[in-house]
Design a protein around this ligand. Structure first.
Ligand code: NI
Length: 255
Protein backbone atom coordinates (compact mmCIF):
# COMPACT_ATOMS: atom_id res chain seq x y z
CA UNK A 1 0.00 0.00 0.00
CA UNK A 2 1.42 3.36 -1.07
CA UNK A 3 0.52 7.03 -1.33
CA UNK A 4 1.54 9.04 -4.37
CA UNK A 5 2.61 12.19 -2.55
CA UNK A 6 2.53 14.41 -5.65
CA UNK A 7 0.43 14.14 -8.80
CA UNK A 8 -1.48 16.53 -11.05
CA UNK A 9 -4.74 14.67 -11.58
CA UNK A 10 -6.31 17.90 -12.84
CA UNK A 11 -3.95 17.97 -15.82
CA UNK A 12 -6.01 17.42 -19.00
CA UNK A 13 -3.83 14.38 -19.85
CA UNK A 14 -5.19 12.61 -16.74
CA UNK A 15 -8.50 14.36 -16.16
CA UNK A 16 -10.02 13.08 -19.40
CA UNK A 17 -9.76 9.48 -18.18
CA UNK A 18 -9.59 9.99 -14.46
CA UNK A 19 -11.82 7.08 -13.44
CA UNK A 20 -9.59 4.63 -15.31
CA UNK A 21 -6.43 6.28 -13.92
CA UNK A 22 -7.74 5.97 -10.35
CA UNK A 23 -8.85 2.40 -10.93
CA UNK A 24 -5.37 1.41 -12.14
CA UNK A 25 -3.82 3.18 -9.14
CA UNK A 26 -6.13 1.31 -6.79
CA UNK A 27 -5.29 -2.03 -8.41
CA UNK A 28 -1.56 -1.23 -8.09
CA UNK A 29 -1.98 -0.72 -4.32
CA UNK A 30 -1.96 3.07 -4.36
CA UNK A 31 -4.53 4.05 -1.79
CA UNK A 32 -3.88 7.77 -1.58
CA UNK A 33 -2.89 10.61 -3.92
CA UNK A 34 -1.96 14.19 -3.11
CA UNK A 35 -3.13 16.35 -6.00
CA UNK A 36 -0.98 19.48 -6.25
CA UNK A 37 -2.17 22.78 -7.73
CA UNK A 38 0.08 25.01 -9.85
CA UNK A 39 -2.11 28.10 -10.30
CA UNK A 40 -5.53 29.28 -9.12
CA UNK A 41 -7.73 27.27 -11.54
CA UNK A 42 -5.73 24.06 -11.01
CA UNK A 43 -5.92 24.58 -7.25
CA UNK A 44 -9.72 24.86 -7.43
CA UNK A 45 -9.78 21.68 -9.52
CA UNK A 46 -7.52 19.87 -7.05
CA UNK A 47 -9.91 20.69 -4.20
CA UNK A 48 -12.91 19.64 -6.29
CA UNK A 49 -11.31 16.27 -7.12
CA UNK A 50 -10.27 15.71 -3.50
CA UNK A 51 -13.83 16.30 -2.39
CA UNK A 52 -15.22 14.00 -5.07
CA UNK A 53 -12.83 11.05 -4.63
CA UNK A 54 -11.97 9.34 -1.34
CA UNK A 55 -8.22 8.84 -1.07
CA UNK A 56 -7.45 12.06 -2.96
CA UNK A 57 -6.18 15.13 -1.05
CA UNK A 58 -5.36 18.57 -2.36
CA UNK A 59 -2.56 21.13 -2.22
CA UNK A 60 -3.14 24.69 -3.44
CA UNK A 61 -0.58 27.20 -4.67
CA UNK A 62 1.10 28.97 -7.58
CA UNK A 63 4.09 27.37 -9.32
CA UNK A 64 7.06 29.63 -10.22
CA UNK A 65 6.24 29.19 -13.91
CA UNK A 66 2.73 30.59 -13.47
CA UNK A 67 3.33 33.80 -11.59
CA UNK A 68 2.03 36.16 -14.28
CA UNK A 69 -1.11 37.59 -12.74
CA UNK A 70 -0.42 36.20 -9.25
CA UNK A 71 -1.74 39.29 -7.47
CA UNK A 72 -2.40 39.63 -3.73
CA UNK A 73 -6.06 38.93 -4.58
CA UNK A 74 -5.04 35.53 -5.97
CA UNK A 75 -3.19 34.68 -2.75
CA UNK A 76 -6.21 35.82 -0.74
CA UNK A 77 -8.40 33.49 -2.76
CA UNK A 78 -5.94 30.62 -2.28
CA UNK A 79 -5.91 31.31 1.45
CA UNK A 80 -9.68 30.91 1.53
CA UNK A 81 -9.49 27.80 -0.64
CA UNK A 82 -6.80 26.34 1.63
CA UNK A 83 -9.33 26.17 4.44
CA UNK A 84 -11.53 23.77 2.44
CA UNK A 85 -12.04 20.23 3.52
CA UNK A 86 -9.30 17.86 2.29
CA UNK A 87 -6.68 20.54 1.63
CA UNK A 88 -3.54 19.19 3.30
CA UNK A 89 -0.75 21.42 1.94
CA UNK A 90 0.19 24.64 0.15
CA UNK A 91 1.91 24.04 -3.20
CA UNK A 92 3.46 23.48 -5.40
CA UNK A 93 5.54 26.59 -4.94
CA UNK A 94 9.24 27.34 -5.25
CA UNK A 95 11.91 28.55 -7.63
CA UNK A 96 12.52 27.34 -11.15
CA UNK A 97 15.51 28.85 -12.93
CA UNK A 98 14.86 26.77 -16.06
CA UNK A 99 11.13 27.06 -16.75
CA UNK A 100 10.01 29.65 -14.21
CA UNK A 101 9.19 33.23 -15.11
CA UNK A 102 12.28 35.20 -16.12
CA UNK A 103 12.27 37.60 -13.16
CA UNK A 104 14.01 35.61 -10.43
CA UNK A 105 13.48 38.26 -7.76
CA UNK A 106 9.74 38.10 -8.44
CA UNK A 107 9.89 34.30 -8.03
CA UNK A 108 11.55 34.82 -4.68
CA UNK A 109 8.97 37.38 -3.55
CA UNK A 110 6.18 34.98 -4.51
CA UNK A 111 7.82 32.10 -2.65
CA UNK A 112 8.26 34.20 0.49
CA UNK A 113 4.62 35.30 0.32
CA UNK A 114 3.34 31.73 -0.09
CA UNK A 115 5.63 30.34 2.63
CA UNK A 116 4.24 32.84 5.08
CA UNK A 117 0.61 32.18 4.04
CA UNK A 118 1.16 28.44 4.55
CA UNK A 119 2.84 28.94 7.92
CA UNK A 120 -0.05 31.14 9.09
CA UNK A 121 -2.47 28.35 8.13
CA UNK A 122 -0.30 25.67 9.73
CA UNK A 123 -0.06 23.83 6.41
CA UNK A 124 3.05 22.05 5.12
CA UNK A 125 4.37 23.35 1.78
CA UNK A 126 5.23 21.46 -1.39
CA UNK A 127 8.51 22.85 -2.71
CA UNK A 128 9.59 22.80 -6.36
CA UNK A 129 13.30 23.52 -6.85
CA UNK A 130 14.84 23.47 -10.30
CA UNK A 131 18.44 24.67 -10.63
CA UNK A 132 17.87 27.04 -7.71
CA UNK A 133 19.28 25.07 -4.78
CA UNK A 134 21.26 27.82 -3.02
CA UNK A 135 18.54 30.46 -3.30
CA UNK A 136 15.75 28.15 -2.21
CA UNK A 137 17.68 26.89 0.79
CA UNK A 138 18.41 30.49 1.83
CA UNK A 139 14.70 31.36 1.61
CA UNK A 140 13.60 28.27 3.53
CA UNK A 141 16.20 29.00 6.21
CA UNK A 142 15.02 32.61 6.43
CA UNK A 143 11.44 31.35 6.93
CA UNK A 144 12.75 29.26 9.82
CA UNK A 145 12.15 25.72 11.03
CA UNK A 146 8.67 24.36 11.48
CA UNK A 147 7.27 20.99 12.46
CA UNK A 148 5.80 19.35 9.33
CA UNK A 149 7.35 22.21 7.30
CA UNK A 150 6.76 20.48 4.00
CA UNK A 151 8.31 18.38 1.29
CA UNK A 152 11.16 18.94 -1.18
CA UNK A 153 9.32 17.48 -4.15
CA UNK A 154 11.29 15.57 -6.83
CA UNK A 155 14.48 16.36 -4.98
CA UNK A 156 17.56 17.08 -7.10
CA UNK A 157 19.90 18.69 -4.56
CA UNK A 158 22.88 17.27 -2.69
CA UNK A 159 22.79 15.19 0.50
CA UNK A 160 24.19 18.22 2.37
CA UNK A 161 21.25 20.28 1.17
CA UNK A 162 18.83 17.51 2.12
CA UNK A 163 20.31 17.46 5.61
CA UNK A 164 19.72 21.22 5.98
CA UNK A 165 16.14 20.88 4.72
CA UNK A 166 15.46 18.04 7.15
CA UNK A 167 16.71 20.22 10.02
CA UNK A 168 14.11 22.79 8.99
CA UNK A 169 11.33 20.20 9.17
CA UNK A 170 11.18 19.11 5.54
CA UNK A 171 10.74 15.64 4.08
CA UNK A 172 12.59 14.62 0.90
CA UNK A 173 10.60 13.17 -1.99
CA UNK A 174 11.78 11.28 -5.04
CA UNK A 175 9.99 10.76 -8.35
CA UNK A 176 10.70 8.95 -11.64
CA UNK A 177 14.24 10.34 -12.07
CA UNK A 178 15.50 8.16 -9.17
CA UNK A 179 14.75 5.17 -11.44
CA UNK A 180 16.56 6.52 -14.53
CA UNK A 181 19.61 4.53 -15.60
CA UNK A 182 21.76 7.67 -15.93
CA UNK A 183 20.65 9.12 -12.57
CA UNK A 184 23.26 7.51 -10.33
CA UNK A 185 23.77 10.80 -8.47
CA UNK A 186 20.09 11.03 -7.47
CA UNK A 187 20.26 7.49 -6.05
CA UNK A 188 23.49 8.30 -4.20
CA UNK A 189 21.68 11.19 -2.52
CA UNK A 190 18.48 9.22 -1.85
CA UNK A 191 20.31 6.53 0.09
CA UNK A 192 21.65 9.14 2.54
CA UNK A 193 18.15 10.32 3.57
CA UNK A 194 16.90 8.98 6.92
CA UNK A 195 14.13 6.53 5.88
CA UNK A 196 11.62 8.22 8.21
CA UNK A 197 11.96 11.44 6.17
CA UNK A 198 11.55 9.92 2.68
CA UNK A 199 8.49 10.21 0.44
CA UNK A 200 7.75 8.86 -3.02
CA UNK A 201 5.71 10.44 -5.79
CA UNK A 202 5.03 10.36 -9.51
CA UNK A 203 4.58 14.04 -10.45
CA UNK A 204 2.07 12.63 -12.97
CA UNK A 205 1.58 13.24 -15.84
CA UNK A 206 5.31 14.02 -15.98
CA UNK A 207 8.51 12.08 -15.19
CA UNK A 208 7.40 8.48 -15.81
CA UNK A 209 9.72 6.06 -14.04
CA UNK A 210 11.59 3.27 -15.81
CA UNK A 211 10.47 1.20 -17.70
CA UNK A 212 7.97 3.83 -18.87
CA UNK A 213 10.36 6.76 -19.22
CA UNK A 214 9.09 9.31 -21.75
CA UNK A 215 5.47 8.11 -21.59
CA UNK A 216 2.59 9.91 -19.88
CA UNK A 217 2.83 9.14 -16.17
CA UNK A 218 0.08 8.19 -13.72
CA UNK A 219 -0.11 7.41 -9.97
CA UNK A 220 -0.10 3.59 -10.40
CA UNK A 221 3.57 3.90 -11.38
CA UNK A 222 4.62 5.24 -7.98
CA UNK A 223 5.22 1.56 -7.19
CA UNK A 224 8.26 1.62 -9.50
CA UNK A 225 9.69 4.59 -7.61
CA UNK A 226 9.11 2.91 -4.25
CA UNK A 227 10.72 -0.31 -5.52
CA UNK A 228 13.93 1.50 -6.46
CA UNK A 229 14.01 3.21 -3.04
CA UNK A 230 13.45 -0.15 -1.30
CA UNK A 231 16.30 -1.66 -3.34
CA UNK A 232 18.60 1.23 -2.37
CA UNK A 233 17.91 0.55 1.30
CA UNK A 234 18.28 -3.22 0.75
CA UNK A 235 14.83 -3.97 2.02
CA UNK A 236 11.66 -5.38 0.50
CA UNK A 237 8.95 -3.32 -1.14
CA UNK A 238 6.13 -4.07 1.29
CA UNK A 239 8.13 -3.11 4.37
CA UNK A 240 9.48 0.02 2.73
CA UNK A 241 6.08 0.98 1.31
CA UNK A 242 4.67 0.93 4.83
CA UNK A 243 7.42 3.31 5.96
CA UNK A 244 6.86 5.67 3.01
CA UNK A 245 3.12 5.65 3.57
CA UNK A 246 3.48 6.38 7.28
CA UNK A 247 5.82 9.29 6.47
CA UNK A 248 3.32 10.79 4.04
CA UNK A 249 0.47 10.42 6.53
CA UNK A 250 2.55 12.08 9.25
CA UNK A 251 3.64 15.04 7.09
CA UNK A 252 0.20 15.80 5.68
CA UNK A 253 -1.69 14.79 8.85
CA UNK A 254 -3.86 12.40 6.84
CA UNK A 255 -6.58 10.58 8.77
NI1 NI B 1 4.48 18.82 -9.88
Amino acid sequence: MLIDSHAHLQDPQLLTELDAVLERAHRAGVEGIICAGYDLPSSYLAVELAQRYPGVWAAVGVHPGNLEGATPAVYDELTKLAKSEKVVAWGEIGLDYVNGIADRSLQQVALREQLSRAAALGLPVVIHDRESHADILALLQAAGPRERAGVMHCFSGSSEMARECIKLGYYISFAGPVTFKNARRVREVAVTIPPERLLCETDSPYLSPEPFRGKRNEPARVVHVAQVLADLFSTNLSAFAAQLKANTERLFALP
